[in-house]
Design a protein around this ligand. Structure first.
Ligand code: CDP
Ligand code: MG
Length: 197
């Protein structure tokens, strides 16, 4: 079995809405294994590294955000880099000093399943059944009108490389536990559950 890990964070708005238990259940029900968790009020420096000030993060984030705005008829006269820089500043302001639950979940396809469980970035158009599709009234326009970053309830790593960087940034090696879940026999084993004859 491929052991993949993903970084998932329950964001401050979800902590305040007391959704932690419900949201953790979504990942448990998938059979993913929790291997690290901590409640943390991050510093500006940590959030600044999580959403890094480099083109590899700024350009795709800005391009996606522009596409999202255009799809809703919002005209934005900024380059992707300029828009992403604004988004990044909003994120640093929003996250720093507010409790959030940082976690690492492990399993086959953990990164892809993490994204699927969380849903697409704009909660208004995220699929029903995903966290963002089920628990929110948020959209690009709501966030714009309120002049704050979009509240997307849960962060999930966007790729295996992103997951590696985020895990290294948020957790020390000794905080990550290597153990077996009993249910892994059912999820990934073959010798279980037959009626005895
Ligand atoms: O969280 P996700 O990976 O789906 O989206 P992202 O493109 O990596 O953006 C990171 C976060 O920036 C989002 O979850 C939103 O909180 C915020 N964002 C925003 O406030 N406004 C946008 N137009 C795009 C993203
Ligand atoms: Mg992302």
């Amino acid at each position: 079995m491929v052991k993949e890990q993903t970084f998932i964070a329950i964001k401050p708005e979800s902590v305040q809405r007391q959704l932690i238990g419900e949201l953790i259940t979504r990942f448990e029900r998938r059979g993913l294994k929790l291997v690290a968790a901590k409640l943390i009020a991050p510093t500006e420096e940590l959030i600044g590294k999580h959403y890094p000030n480099d083109d590899a993060w700024l350009i795709p984030t800005g391009t996606n955000a522009l596409k999202g705005h255009e799809a809703w008829g919002n005209k934005i006269d900024l380059t992707p880099r300029e828009l992403a820089t604004q988004i990044r500043e909003g994120l640093i302001e929003y996250y720093s000093g507010r409790p959030m639950l940082a976690m690492i979940w492990e399993g086959a396809h953990a990164v892809e399943l993490g994204r699927k469980t969380v849903g697409t970035t704009n909660p208004l158009t995220a699929d029903l059944g995903s966290i963002r599709g089920d628990y929110s009234q948020e959209s690009y326009s709501v966030a714009d009108k309120l002049g704050r970053s979009m509240q997307t309830l849960v962060h999930a790593s966007g790729s295996v490389e992103e997951a590696k960087c985020e895990i290294e940034l948020w957790f020390k090696k000794e905080e990550i536990l290597d153990y077996d879940l009993v249910i892994s026999q059912i999820m990934h084993g073959t010798d279980w559950g037959k009626v005895k004859r």
